[in-house]
Design a protein around this ligand. Structure first.
Ligand SMILES: *Cc1c(COP(=O)(O)O)cnc(C)c1O
Length: 374
């Protein structure tokens, strides 16, 4: 069986380094808010090109805390609106509703699966305070257009970078393309911890210090509480392991790009739509994609998934149910987002990772090419 993602062997590559990092933490006697977290924050900020990175407990908290901090700073309030793509992973939307703000869903571009800037402007009202572009599947959104709209209407741009560690838009990296950005280091992400972890990146000093306090019981100084905060911290063990894995991230991303290039060049099946890279970049500027997942599309998706499985290839669906059809958001049950619905009905993610063997990639291509929709 070719697994969708072989996490065990991905981490086994760095076994010695990871054990060394963990041993250092165990022997230090200091497990929360210490040297490793601070060092990782510094290294990750440098990697993204931002002034600040704040380690938090997970990606959902990263996004939630950004909005919460804007509320404490008086930039946003209950009932304000945030524009978000209708096909995103549910966590982007949860971060908005958790703060008592209103998620406004906008249909994505059917070719790139990314927030469509052309559809953003018509959804802006006097209550709109932010746009949340999601660099879904690992590809950065059209940030020039999105930032121009944000500037015109004085909106904040909150990137969801949970799938796009290291992806570029022109000369800047994901995490440095808006006012603030939320990252997830869930084990299956391109930069994955061995447990839950996340971070916020920003160039805004006030936002950074507010988030730091909010994530630590609302405290900026021991036993002094400025806000009714939460406990959302990046522990020393995860930070130490993330420092190891950050050093290998670009190499893993290059391997993903080689697999993606092979898929793009060699999958030839008229029943299958391949991922299309942002038109402004094309292949020569392929650094705008880090291929968190390689997503193909077909009207007989379930049959293809079954065929692959019967032939020893595991594939996944990102994602099977659109947010507006989730029980959690039953208030949206009657709304219609046809592009999003089509995406959720047709997408299938093929295996891709920093360690996938060439022979496996070739085998997957042969299978996909031999599949007959009828
Ligand atoms: C994974 C993910 C999140 C949430 O991250 P967690 O660390 O799992 O909380 C948010 N947004 C997107 C797009 C994601 O893929």
């Amino acid at each position: 069986m070719i697994p969708f993602l072989d996490l065990k062997n991905i981490n086994a590559q760095y076994r010695d380094e990871l054990i060394e990092a963990c041993t250092k933490v165990i022997d230090s006697g200091w497990y929360v808010q210490g040297k490793e977290c601070h060092a990782f924050e510094k290294e990750f900020a440098q990697y993204c090109g931002t002034k600040h990175a704040i380690g938090v407990a997970n990606g959902l908290d990263a996004l939630t805390l950004i909005i919460r901090a804007y509320k404490e700073m008086g930039v946003m309030k209950d009932g304000d609106e945030v524009i978000v793509p209708s096909n995103t992973y549910i966590a982007s939307i949860l971060a908005i509703s958790e703060n008592n703000l209103v998620p406004i869903l906008v249909e994505p571009d059917i070719n790139t699966y990314l927030l469509d800037p052309k559809k953003v402007e018509e959804k802006i009202t006097s209550k709109t305070k932010a746009i949340m572009p999601v660099h879904l599947y690992g590809q950065t959104c059209e940030m020039d257009d999105i930032n121009a709209i944000a500037k015109k209407y004085s909106l904040k741009v909150i990137e969801d970078s949970a799938q796009s560690h290291g992806a570029y838009f022109n000369e800047k990296r994901s995490g440095n393309l808006g006012d603030a950005s939320g990252f997830s280091f869930y084990p299956g992400k391109n930069l994955g911890a061995l447990g839950d972890a996340g971070a916020v990146t920003t160039n805004d000093h006030e936002l950074a210090t507010t988030i730091k306090a909010l994530a630590n019981y609302g405290s900026h100084k021991k036993y002094q509480n400025l806000y009714k905060g939460v406990n959302s911290r990046l522990d020393e063990m995860q930070a130490a392991m993330l420092r190891v894995k950050l050093r290998h991230l670009d190499k893993e991303t290059e391997h993903r790009r080689e697999i993606a290039a092979y898929y793009l060049e060699n999958i030839k099946n008229p029943d299958i739509t391949l991922p299309i890279q942002n038109s402004k970049f094309k292949i020569q500027n392929y650094k705008n994609h880090v291929w968190h997942v390689f997503v193909i599309r077909t009207s007989k998706r379930d049959a293809l998934q079954k065929y692959l499985l019967e032939n020893g290839v595991q594939s996944l669906i990102h994602y099977p149910i659109p947010p507006h059809k989730q029980e959690a958001y039953k208030e949206w049950a009657d709304e219609s987002y046809p592009i999003s619905e089509q995406i959720h009905a047709e997408v299938l993610s093929l295996p891709i990772s920093g360690i996938q063997k060439q022979e496996d990639t070739i085998h997957i291509v042969k299978l996909v090419n031999s599949w007959n929709k009828q």
